[in-house]
Design a protein around this ligand. Structure first.
Ligand SMILES: Nc1nc2c(c(=O)[nH]1)N[C@H]1C(S)=C(S)[C@@H](COP(=O)(O)O)O[C@H]1N2
Ligand SMILES: [Mo]
Length: 448
């Protein structure tokens, strides 16, 4: 049985019901993220086409500037009315969500980040995707303890204070669950980019390089080949990590995320950051690192996050997230409001290094043009890309294809299936296709 809940359940064609649309309409006023909501709800209400609706709205918008709104003449709200700031009430629809294609569960579950609504490369901490094997905890940092044992001269137990007085570093990295985009293997084609690619987030993490702490405990790098990371939740998540990643200084004992302490859902007060490696190795509520000379093959690595190959064998320890990209606008569930100019935008990343190039096709992969990569472009981090596009109003398929500084090029779904077959759940880094229909509706499709 797959431990990612319910990948066999087929997603509905459209994830938004009429009542969803009405509530979206009520909670949104502007912005490209609600193409679908505004145009659809209005079309239903006044019985006109989405395009005509948009044009009327534009005309009304010009007259609107003549009115002085109340907020230009009144007194605004006081400082620190909210000691911890919250997004605008008009952004209430930007949420992490459970997928309609998966069984809705509570503790052993996934919530997906709303990639279609995000800008730049950093995921706001409150919208970071969540993957819990046994629910999340808000652990008292004064009571939390972290142990190093195994092949070290001096096994040691650390408090958070012990760790936080050590030299720290801050680095931007993506984290992607190995099961991200997993439903596309079965051609289930979930409706939006939130559900196809939303087990992906990117933060600035702050912490101590693990190697620093291992050196303090007297690790012998000639014998030590692997570390085992153990989590402090009910799932007792344990993963083997090669020492080469640790000794390079990349693996962090992280307590900071986007300038503040980690959020409880993301492992407060301590998590492992393993850049480029699938999310499951980024052990949360980290309580132990054991140093050893061979992989442990624990329960979490003997059955999960491995690849079922066409010959029936399982591929194990395929843990690096290969080069991948996705267009986030236009993407499934959005509605283009008539022909004309659009900014195609998306994200690219590679677990092996930095993104070298992103190409975009608007004709289903026949012609490709390089997109603009926005700075900063960092290793094992999300890279934002943009491309100017004038839509002629005809049906078309939009795709992106990334390559990294190792020379690796993101494969098509057909190329990936030729090597990996169709029975996988994990490690799907294929090119994503979005069909823009003449109506302007965007749908998730797979090309042959
Ligand atoms: N202790 C613990 N660590 C864990 C998990 C867990 O359930 N318990 N889930 C893992 C998985 S499968 C993923 S994809 C990432 C998700 O991290 P996030 O919830 O911060 O997005 O955490 C990993 N670390
Ligand atoms: Mo995961």
């Amino acid at each position: 049985m797959s431990e990612e809940p319910g990948f066999i359940v087929k997603a509905p064609e459209h994830f938004l019901s009429t009542s969803d649309l009405q509530s979206l309409h009520a909670s949104n006023s502007s912005g490209r993220r609600d193409f679908l909501a505004r145009a659809f709800a209005a079309a239903a209400a006044v019985g006109t086409s989405a395009v005509a609706y948009a044009q009327t709205k534009q005309a009304e918008g010009e007259l609107e500037i003549l009115n002085l709104p109340a907020h230009t003449t009144g007194l605004g709200q006081g400082v620190a009315t909210k000691p911890y700031g919250q997004p605008s009430q008009f952004e209430a629809n930007v949420q992490r969500r459970q997928s309609p294609g998966l069984t809705q569960t509570t503790q052993a579950s996934v919530s997906f980040a709303p990639l279609q609504s995000l800008f730049g490369i950093v995921t706001p901490s409150g919208l970071h995707f969540e993957r819990h094997h046994q629910g999340w905890w808000d652990i008292d940092p004064t009571k939390h303890r972290f142990m190093v044992n195994g092949l070290v001269k001096t096994p040691r137990v650390f408090t958070m204070d012990d760790l936080m007085r050590l030299p720290s570093v801050s680095r931007f990295h993506f984290i992607e669950c190995g099961a991200n985009t997993g439903m596309e293997w079965g051609n289930v084609a979930v409706p939006t980019v939130q559900y196809t690619h939303g087990m992906l987030s990117c933060s600035e993490f702050t912490g101590v390089p693990l190697i620093h702490v291992l050196n303090q405990c007297g690790v012998d790098l000639k014998t030590a080949q692997f570390v085992l990371a153990e989590g402090g939740d009910g799932s007792s998540l344990t993963r083997t990590i090669p020492m080469s990643l640790v000794s390079s200084g990349e693996v962090l004992l992280a307590y900071g995320q986007n300038g503040e302490m980690l959020r409880p859902e993301n492992g407060y007060p301590l998590r492992l950051v393993v850049p480029g490696v699938q999310g499951v190795s980024w052990v949360k509520y980290l309580r132990r690192i054991k140093v050893g000379d061979k992989p442990w093959a624990t329960k979490d690595e003997a059955v999960h996050y491995m690849d079922l190959m066409p010959d029936g064998q399982h591929r194990q320890y395929s843990s690096i997230q290969e080069c991948k990209s996705v267009v986030t606008t236009p993407s499934g569930g959005q509605l283009l409001q008539g022909k004309g100019f659009y900014n195609i935008t998306g994200l690219a990343w590679s677990g092996k290094g930095a993104i070298k190039k992103v190409d975009v096709s608007v004709d289903g992969g026949i012609n490709w043009k390089p997109a603009r990569m926005e700075t900063p472009v960092m290793r094992k981090c999300l890279t934002r890309f943009n491309m100017d596009w004038v839509w002629d109003g005809k049906a078309c398929i939009i795709q992106s294809r990334a390559s990294d500084d190792t020379g690796y090029v993101q494969p098509s779904m057909v190329q990936l299936r030729a090597v990996r077959g169709t029975r996988s759940i994990y490690h799907n880094n294929a090119i994503q296709s979005w069909l823009v229909q003449e109506s302007g509706e965007v749908k998730n499709v797979q090309t042959t």
